[in-house]
Design a protein around this ligand. Structure first.
Ligand code: WT7
Length: 653
C-alpha cells in the first residue's frame, strides 16, 4: 500500500459519519429533510405519496381503515392491477426501453426484454395459464431459479388475479410440497434445471418429487432452461409449447381490489411450520414502488441491479415489483458471484453501466475476503448508489463497500426490513441523511419504529432493547394465510393493548438507538437463525434431524460465521444401539438437506449424551449458542444437569 492509501485507510477507520455528496443530493428523488415532519403531520394521508406512484382504475375512498385492527386495510376500495402497473402503463413512453436485462450464468448467455417484449411474454403466458385452468384467486406456485420466465410468470399471474407463491429453487422437494399443501395450490410453474458453476443442475426431478408428495392434484408447467442439458419430455406442459399456442394473444388485466392478495411468501418462524405471509395488491405495490423511489433513488433511465434471488422477498420487492412499477431497467443474474471468476459482478456492473447495486452483507464479506483487485480491474464509475439488506453489516464491511465499490462517491443505504414488512422500514434516505456505518438509520418517513424494553417503554439512547412498530404501514402483511390466530400470536401479542385498541407490531429483532434516533439492528431474538441473510427456523432444522434414524433428540443454534453471518450448529443425542460416527453425522446433514435444502446444512453436528436443560426441562439454547461461539458461559446454576456443559464444550473446541 502506498503512503496515501495508508492515510486513507486510517481516516476511513476513524470516520463514523458520512455525508452524501452534493452531486448525489442534487439529483436525488428525495432530498428535502422536511419529508419526515411532513409525513408525521399528515399521517396516514402521507401514504398517498406512495399510492400516487401507481395507476388506479378506481381511486380509493380512504387511505387507511383501522376499524378491525390489526387487520388493517389500505387504500380502501381502490382498484388496480399490478401487471398493468409494472408493464402496460410504460408502453406509451418506454416500449423500446429495456425492462429486464437477464444475464445467464454461462458467460455470453444473455437476454434483453424491452417493455414491449415483456408485455408480449406476460400476455401470452397469462393466456396459457387461463387455458390450463387457472382462475382468479387460485394460488400458483413457482419453483424456479433466476430465469426470466420467473418474473414473467409472476406478472402473468398478477394480470389474471391469481396470487403467486414463489418457493426458492434451493429448497427441497419436501419444502415445496409443504408449501403447496399449505396454500392449497393446484398449479406449479417450474423448470428442467439451471447452471451452477458451469454444470447443469437437475431441478425437474426435485420438482416432480415434491408434486408427488402433494395430496391434491397438481397441474405443472416446465420451462426448458437447459435445452439438450436437461429433459422435460415426460412432463405435463412445456412452457414454450404453451406460449406458442397463444402467440400474439392479449389478456385484459383483471381489476383487483387494493386488498386482494397479490402473493404469498413462506418464511420461517419460531415454531415448526413455515408461515404464509400474505401481501396485497394496493398496499404492497405502492410501498415497493415508493421505497424504490425514495431509498434506491430509482429513475426510469437507470439500470438498477439487486443481486438477491427472486425466491426471497428482496427479489419480489426490489427486482420485480418496485423497479418495474417505476419503469426502470432491472438486471437479473442467474449465477454466483465467483463464476467463472471472482470479478463476475464487477464485469456485469461495467458492461451494463449499473447505476444502483443492492446486495447483502454476506456477499460484501466475501468480496472483502477475495480482495480489492477484483473490483479494481473494472470500471465501476457508473454506480451512483449502493445498498445492503438481510442482516447487520459491521462497520468494516460497510466501509470496504463504500470505498472499494462506491469509490467514496455513492451513498450506502443499510435497509432493515422483513418478509412481513413487504418493503424497507429503517434506513437513511440517501439524499437526506448522514450515514453511520453499522447503523441502519432512522425509520423511514411515516414509519413509526422504536426500540423498547420488555415492558414496551422506549429505551434510553445507547441501551439495547427490541424493535417495535406502533403504526401500520401500507406494505405490511395482512395476515398469515388462513391463520389469523397465528398472525396475532406471532406479531401482535407482545406489546399490544387490545383493550385500548393499541396495536404494536413486534418484528422479533433486538436493536439499539442512538441520540440521533439512528437504529442499529442487533439480530433475531427468537429461535430463528440468519444464514447468509436467509431465515431458518431452528425447529424446522431440529425436526429434520430428529427424523433421521438413530437420532433421538436435537437442538440447533446459530454460531457466528465469518462469511455467512451465522452458521447452523446442531447438537444431537443418539438412540441406544447406534454409534456416533461420521456416517450418522452425514445422514443427519442429508436429512436437513432433504427436508429444507442445502442452505440449512449444519456446519457442525455434535453428538452428546445430554442437552443442557433447565429444571423444567427446557433446552437452554443460549448456553449452546455461547458454547458454539466459544464464549464464556454465564450463569449455569439453573441447569438440571450442569456437568453436561463441560462435556459438550470439550467436543466443540
Ligand atoms: C430479518 C428478516 C428483508 C429482506 C431480507 C431478509 C434481518 C434484514 C437487516 C439489516 C440488520 C437485518 C432481521 C430481520 N435483517 N435486514 N439491514 N440489518 N438485520 O428478509 O428473511 O424476512 O429476514 O433479517 O433480523 O428480522 P427475512
Amino acid at each position: 500500500m502506498s503512503e496515501k492509501d495508508v492515510q486513507l485507510e486510517a481516516r476511513l477507520e476513524e470516520q463514523d459519519t458520512f455525508e452524501p455528496s452534493e452531486e448525489f443530493v442534487e439529483q436525488a428523488n428525495v432530498s428535502d429533510a422536511g419529508i419526515y415532519d411532513e409525513f408525521e403531520e399528515n399521517w396516514p394521508g402521507c401514504w398517498e405519496r406512495a399510492a400516487e406512484l401507481l395507476d388506479w382504475y378506481e381511486g380509493y375512498d380512504e387511505v387507511l381503515n383501522d376499524e378491525d385492527a390489526p387487520f388493517y386495510e389500505w387504500f380502501v376500495d381502490g382498484r388496480l392491477n399490478a401487471s398493468y402497473n409494472c408493464v402496460d402503463r410504460h408502453l406509451d413512453e418506454r416500449a423500446d426501453e429495456v425492462a429486464i436485462e437477464w444475464v445467464g450464468e454461462p458467460v455470453d448467455e444473455k437476454r434483453t426484454y424491452t417493455y414491449e417484449e415483456l408485455h408480449e411474454e406476460v400476455n401470452e403466458f397469462a393466456a396459457a395459464l387461463r387455458d390450463i385452468g387457472v382462475e382468479e384467486d387460485d394460488v400458483v406456485t413457482m419453483y424456479m431459479p433466476m430465469i426470466p420466465e420467473l418474473p414473467i410468470a409472476m406478472l402473468a399471474c398478477a394480470r389474471i388475479g391469481a396470487p403467486h407463491s414463489v418457493v426458492f429453487a434451493g429448497f427441497s422437494a419436501d419444502a415445496l410440497a409443504t408449501r403447496m399443501e399449505s396454500a392449497d395450490s393446484e398449479f406449479l410453474v417450474t423448470c428442467d434445471g439451471y447452471y451452477r458453476r458451469g454444470d447443469p443442475l437437475d431441478h425437474a426431478s426435485k420438482a416432480s418429487e415434491g408434486v408427488d408428495d402433494v395430496d391434491h392434484d397438481v397441474t405443472s408447467v416446465f420451462v426448458d432452461r437447459l435445452g439438450a442439458d436437461g429433459d422435460i419430455s415426460s412432463t405435463q406442459y412445456g412452457y414454450s409449447e404453451l406460449v406458442d399456442e397463444h402467440e400474439g394473444e392479449t389478456v385484459e388485466p383483471v381489476e383487483r381490489d387494493a386488498e386482494d392478495m397479490l402473493f404469498l411468501m413462506y418464511t420461517s418462524g419460531t415454531t415448526g411450520t413455515p408461515k404464509g405471509v400474505k401481501h396485497t395488491t394496493g398496499g404492497y405495490l405502492s410501498y415497493a414502488a415508493w421505497t424504490s423511489h425514495a431509498v434506491l433513488d430509482i429513475k426510469p433511465d437507470d439500470t438498477y441491479w439487486c443481486s438477491a434471488d427472486i425466491g426471497w422477498i428482496t427479489g419480489h420487492s426490489y427486482i420485480v415489483y418496485g423497479p418495474l412499477a417505476l419503469g426502470t431497467t432491472t438486471v437479473m443474474y442467474e449465477g454466483t458471484p465467483d463464476y467463472p471468476d471472482k470479478d463476475r459482478l464487477w464485469e456485469i456492473v461495467e458492461e451494463y453501466g449499473v447505476d444502483q447495486l443492492y446486495t447483502a452483507p454476506t456477499a460484501i464479506r466475501a468480496f472483502m475476503k477475495w480482495g480489492s483487485e477484483y473490483p479494481e480491474a473494472h470500471d465501476l464509475s457508473s454506480l451512483r448508489l449502493l445498498g445492503t439488506v438481510g442482516e447487520p453489516i459491521n462497520p468494516r464491511a460497510w466501509k470496504w463497500y463504500y470505498k472499494n465499490i462506491g469509490n467514496e462517491n455513492c451513498p450506502v443505504v443499510d435497509t432493515w426490513w422483513q418478509t412481513e414488512t413487504g418493503g424497507m422500514m429503517v434506513t437513511t434516505l440517501p439524499g437526506v441523511g448522514d450515514m453511520k456505518p453499522g447503523s441502519a438509520g432512522p425509520p423511514l418517513p411515516g414509519v413509526s419504529a422504536n426500540v423498547v424494553d420488555e415492558e414496551g417503554d422506549e429505551v434510553e439512547a445507547g441501551d439495547a432493547g427490541y424493535l417495535a412498530v406502533d403504526k401500520p404501514w401500507p406494505g405490511m402483511l395482512r395476515t398469515l394465510y388462513r391463520n389469523d390466530e397465528r398472525f396475532i400470536n406471532e406479531y401482535w401479542d407482545e406489546y399490544s393493548n387490545p383493550d385500548a385498541d393499541e396495536w404494536v407490531y413486534f418484528p422479533e429483532d433486538g436493536a439499539k438507538i442512538d441520540d440521533d434516533g439512528y437504529i442499529t439492528v442487533l439480530g433475531r431474538v427468537d429461535d430463528v437463525i440468519n444464514v447468509s441473510g436467509h431465515r431458518l427456523g431452528t425447529m424446522e432444522v431440529e425436526s429434520a434431524i430428529v427424523g433421521v434414524e438413530g437420532i433421538a433428540e436435537a437442538a440447533v443454534v446459530g454460531a457466528e460465521h465469518e462469511l455467512k453471518g451465522e452458521a447452523v450448529y446442531a447438537y444431537a443425542i443418539i438412540e441406544d444401539g447406534y454409534v456416533a460416527d461420521d456416517e450418522l453425522r452425514e445422514r443427519a446433514i442429508e436429512g436437513v438437506e432433504e427436508a429444507i435444502g442445502p442452505i440449512a446444512r449444519p456446519e457442525e453436528v455434535i453428538f452428546t449424551d445430554e442437552l443442557p436443560k433447565t429444571r423444567s426441562g427446557k433446552i437452554m439454547r443460549r448456553l449452546l449458542e455461547d458454547i458454539s461461539n466459544e464464549e464464556s458461559l454465564g450463569d449455569t446454576s439453573t441447569l438440571r444437569n450442569p456437568d453436561v456443559v463441560n462435556d459438550i464444550q470439550s467436543k466443540v473446541d
